[in-house]
Design a protein around this ligand. Structure first.
Ligand SMILES: NC(=O)c1ccc[n+]([C@@H]2O[C@H](COP(=O)([O-])OP(=O)(O)OC[C@H]3O[C@@H](n4cnc5c(N)ncnc54)[C@H](OP(=O)(O)O)[C@@H]3O)[C@@H](O)[C@H]2O)c1
Length: 345
């Protein structure tokens, strides 16, 4: 079996670390693995399959010569290095927002639009974490009953904002419980003009405000979903950061052309790839960040007909955004590209 030269850019971040774990777990066919990050991490030792590898500083030369480059170092690093890496023959699988809406770049969730992988010109974008988790549940319902409108409300874990936000939740919680002053420095996002405490709080802002007072995260949900599903329909979103370490939860209210009963919806979802239905009100069973964390399946529960319209459904969707929402989806894109034999352009 052919093995490939793989680079991970952003190997020291939360997504990068998860990527390394998943590449090892799934025995991705690697001949050589190069770990890259900023100058701050140069020389840092990282273990991969029992071997200790040293992190290097990202540069065009450091990425050259690889077959696949996973990028997880933010949009500015992707904008600086991804096109060069692709021109040098690597298939770039990019976790950042840099190319997601570029018409030349496929935006892929392998369970939803795997055929788009064939259209790549060197770069494939991994969608926003909330969007990936949401479309996993949306697609089977859309195939069966055609979604006319989706109202999306998110409850997003701090790790969605990176390692520093994860650390902030722990530091702030310790300080708050010790009765000390909490000094928020990271959320809603690091470069914001002011910051709010996330410990024991909820912040109704994920990323910057844009058109019509919606945040960038809310618009990503709208535009990326349309690109992945290959059609537009009404979507409106409210994205919220909650004091959860890992796994995003989404309340999804759908209006469909054809009415689905709760039983029909449960049957459709239980057959959908990558989905685990957890829905037993009598036993108080439903998805939660603690049940989804560290797992590969997107969990769906609390399935109910919408009492307020003739054909609508309410779903509660929870997924580990570091895995299916980022690293796992990226590795699955790589595996599918290998299977389709379309690694190089
Ligand atoms: N967190 C999530 O749930 C999630 C989900 C989907 C997509 N994403 C996307 O994935 C990317 C990484 O996010 P993250 O959450 O893993 O962030 P993170 O924990 O803050 O890690 C950032 C990584 O990027 C590296 N980096 C930062 N600036 C760099 C530079 N100038 N040159 C080279 N490397 C640099 C860091 O290296 P150092 O350690 O050396 O600083 C680190 O390895 C982002 O684009 C994010 O939007 C994240």
């Amino acid at each position: 079996m052919r093995r490939f030269k793989v680079a991970v850019v952003g190997a020291t971040g939360v997504v990068g670390r998860e990527l390394l774990g998943i590449l090892a777990e799934r025995d991705f066919p690697i001949a050589k693995l190069t770990l890259l990050a900023s100058a701050r991490s140069k020389g840092k030792p990282v273990e991969f399959k029992g071997e200790v590898l040293c992190v290097d500083e990202v540069s065009e030369d450091a990425i050259a010569g690889h077959d696949i480059a996973f990028f997880a170092a933010g949009a500015s690093v992707s904008r600086e290095f991804a096109k060069g890496a692709a021109q040098n023959g690597a298939l770039v699988i990019d976790n950042s927002s840099a190319f997601r809406m570029d018409p030349e770049v496929p935006l892929v969730v392998p369970q939803v639009n795997p055929e788009d992988i064939l259209k790549h010109k060197g770069i494939i974008a991994n969608p926003n974490c909330t969007t990936t988790i949401m479309v996993m549940a949306l697609k089977p319902i859309d195939d069966a009953a055609v979604v006319k409108r989706a109202v999306v409300s998110t409850y997003q874990a701090v790790s969605g904002a990176g390692l520093k936000a994860m650390e902030a939740l722990l530091h702030e919680s310790k300080a708050y419980l010790a009765g000390e002053a909490v000094q928020p420095e990271i959320l809603p996002f690091a470069s914001a003009p002011k910051h709010y405490q996330i410990a024991f709080n909820v912040i109704p802002q994920v990323d910057v405000f844009q058109d019509m007072m919606y945040t960038k995260e809310e618009w990503k949900t709208v535009h990326e979903t349309a690109k992945i599903m290959g059609r537009t329909f009404g979507i409106t979103a409210t994205t919220v950061r909650v004091p959860v370490e890992r796994s995003h939860s989404i309340s999804l209210n759908l209006e469909t052309e054809r009415k689905l009963t709760r039983e029909e919806a449960l049957e459709i979802l239980s057959k959908a790839p990558g989905i685990q239905v957890i829905d037993d009100p009598d036993e108080m069973l439903y998805p939660m960040p603690f049940s989804a964390g560290g797992t590969d399946l997107v969990q769906v529960g609390r399935v109910r007909e919408d009492n307020s319209i003739p054909s609508g459904l309410n779903l509660w969707v929870v997924g580990d955004q570091l895995r299916k929402g980022a690293a796992l989806n990226a590795v699955e894109i790589g595996e599918k590209a290998l299977e389709l034999g379309c690694l190089a352009r």
